[in-house]
Design a protein around this ligand. Structure first.
Ligand code: COA
Length: 191
């Protein structure tokens, strides 16, 4: 258990913070659960060396790129400090800075408590009120009902279907493709 030091965002029950170079084990453990990885890799764990040498350095470089305002953030329970998983709110690497993608990956122990919705609501609020975002989008597999439900509860609207990348075709339900949801600042204000 790691107690968050400097908070990026607080919600009723969660604290989000920047990842540090010491956090590889949290990401390795999260990605080692086949249920968590079901719609991402078909259940396969991410190799620890990929987390250490690629994922974590990329996450940390993102704080530099977006001045610490946007990126991928570790989430902990405020009560007790347990690691819950991560959320991201970040533009495409070469895309406009005012359009960001929302994403989340939570430990199975944290599912079903409303955390994905709560953390995402906090990020949308910060993104639209303090970070100058104009729109936020999110994508998932058509069959990932839990993730789609979170997007719907956030007030995001189905914007269309998207292809599933070649290297994800082995995932159950890939033949049904993917879906993209969006919400603009105006829609968020009126929700
Ligand atoms: C998807 C995920 C983020 C949801 O996290 P969570 O904290 O349990 O989500 P919430 O509790 O905020 O909301 C989930 C909603 O989806 C519903 N739901 C969950 N699983 C479902 C399923 N299989 N079918 C239909 N609805 C489902 C829940 O009932 C809830 O809706 P409700 O509040 O109307 O009852 C979590 O399961 C996860 O991290 N999964 C693995 C990684 C992943 O797939 N990430 C998304 C990739 S795009």
């Amino acid at each position: 258990m790691i107690r968050p030091v400097k908070s990026y965002l607080e919600t009723d029950r969660l604290t989000l913070r920047h990842f540090t170079a010491d956090d590889a084990d949290l990401l390795i453990e999260l990605d080692s659960d086949p249920a968590v990885m079901r719609y991402l890799t078909g259940g396969q764990a991410t190799a620890p060396e990929i987390v250490r040498e690629s994922h974590l350095p990329y996450i940390i470089a993102g704080y530099e790129r977006w001045d610490g305002d946007l990126g991928l953030f570790a989430a902990h329970e405020r009560d007790g400090g347990a690691f819950v998983g991560w959320f991201h709110l970040r533009p495409e690497p070469d895309g406009p800075r005012d359009e960001a993608e929302l994403g989340y990956r939570l430990r199975q122990a944290a599912w079903g408590k409303g955390y994905a919705t709560e953390g995402s609501q906090g990020l949308l609020h910060k993104g639209f009120t303090a970070l100058g975002l104009r729109s936020v989008w999110a994508a998932t597999m058509t069959v990932n009902s839990g993730s789609r439900r979170v997007m719907e509860k956030l007030g995001m609207r189905l914007a269309g279907s998207i292809p599933v990348p070649e290297d994800m075709q082995m995932i159950e339900g890939a033949e049904q493709g993917g879906v993209r949801y969006e919400i603009t600042k105006e829609q968020w204000e009126l929700r």
